[in-house]
Ligand binder design. Structure first.
Ligand code: MHO
Length: 225
């Protein structure tokens, strides 16, 4: 599939569908959250990175004061920030006992506008009403996000060589592959969060040329897992 394809293009930040928003979450090792959020319809792109600290060029080996995070680009017409927050709090334990690995696995939540802040308060109150205790999550304004190394992007999908070989033929570059909605869903599938039937049904609703849709579906159905 060429770089001008709608699917690929829709996953590039900047040229994204109008109205897309960003959410950035720290909830322990970033491999699983990338797969968890990646399987959800309405999530158009996921990537792993380091955020929340001040070190200028963090890497996995030298993260400094940063935290492992997943950054999610989502279409609020399909999935809301509030729904993402519920997934966030329902899928990790925010208590960092004895500061395990320092700030690397900090439960961390960023807001980028007043609307997000209000949603965070609404969900916290809702959880409180359900008898859940105040999460030990650090809630801070959005700051620089540093993309993690390629080996940490779509970590579970990369365990399946045949899937990667077939996707390599669809996308023009590793960056396009990693940024695609398709790779986000397949990474969720590789971790067991979704299945091929659901992905195929969803792809049929994507705004793409029907011939490209069928080509894409044929390709992913052939993957040997
Ligand atoms: N599985 C690793 C964590 C890697 S994650 C990118 C471990 O248990 O140490 O932090």
């Amino acid at each position: 599939m060429s770089g001008s394809d709608e699917l690929t293009r829709s996953c590039q930040p900047g040229s994204l569908l109008i109205g897309a928003e960003l959410a950035t979450f720290g909830m322990g090792c970033f491999w699983s959250p990338e797969a968890l959020f990646g399987h959800l319809p309405g999530v158009v792109r996921t990537c792993t990175g380091y955020a929340g600290g001040t070190a200028p060029e963090p890497t996995y080996r030298q993260m400094g004061d940063h935290t492992e995070t997943v950054q999610i680009t989502f279409d609020p017409a399909i999935i809301s920030f509030g729904e993402l927050l519920e997934v966030f709090w329902n899928n990790h334990n925010p208590v960092n006992i004895n500061e395990y690995k320092g700030r690397q696995y900090q439960s961390l939540l960023f807001y980028s506008n007043e609307g997000h802040k209000a949603e965070i308060n609404r969900i916290l109150r809702k959880r409180e009403a359900l008898g859940k205790s105040e999460p030990a999550t650090e809630i801070v304004p959005a700051s620089a996000f540093h993309l993690a190394e390629d080996r940490h992007q779509k970590y579970y999908l990369k365990r399946f060589q045949d899937a990667m070989d077939k996707l390599d033929n669809l996308f023009g570059s590793q960056a396009e592959l990693q940024n695609s909605t398709l790779a986000a869903r397949l990474n969720g599938l590789a971790k067991g969060y979704t299945n091929m039937e659901r992905i195929v049904m969803e792809v049929r609703n994507w705004r793409m040329e029907p011939s490209n849709q069928e080509r894409l579906i044929a390709c992913i159905k052939e993957i040997k897992w």
